[in-house]
Write a new protein. Structure first.
Length: 142
């Protein structure tokens, strides 16, 4: 099974482009924190290149910025090519994202940003409001 999960922060703004067929593709990298060693020093983060496609690509490009925390579910992919200058065979490991969850809360300034859509109604918005308890119900005959 080829499944990969990771949580990290974007190292730069994502870059979106379109294939000749019109499919959206967004590339970005995340830095995964590896905690501290026994002496309390920060360990070197792990940097992972991510590629998202179609609607996921469009959402990442629209809503994510450098420093945002995201959770990625995807699969390990190997890109292979021949270096045009040296003729050497090259390869690069990256993650093809199936889903990207945005973990950084929206700030007040995001609410004023025209690029952000309006808040989606929650399930609770459709429910009737609860009424405050009434004291005069005690003298009902049942």
């Amino acid at each position: 099974m080829n499944r990969w999960f990771g949580i990290g922060n974007l190292t730069d703004d994502p870059e979106m482009r379109y294939t000749p067929q019109g499919t959206a593709v967004t590339s970005f990298s995340i830095a995964i924190n590896n905690g501290r060693d026994r002496e309390g020093n920060d360990r070197e983060p792990t940097y992972v290149d991510i590629t998202a496609w179609e609607k996921t690509a469009e959402n990442v490009a629209e809503y994510c910025r450098k420093g945002n925390k995201v959770a990625i579910e995807g699969a390990l992919q190997i890109d292979k090519w021949k270096d045009q200058e040296t003729g050497a065979n090259r390869k690069k490991y990256l993650i093809r994202a199936f889903s990207v969850e945005f973990l950084t809360p929206r700030s007040k300034s995001d609410d004023d940003d025209d690029r952000r859509p309006a808040r989606r109604p929650s399930r609770d918005d459709d429910r009737p409001a609860r009424r405050a308890p009434r004291d005069d119900l005690d003298d009902l005959p049942f």
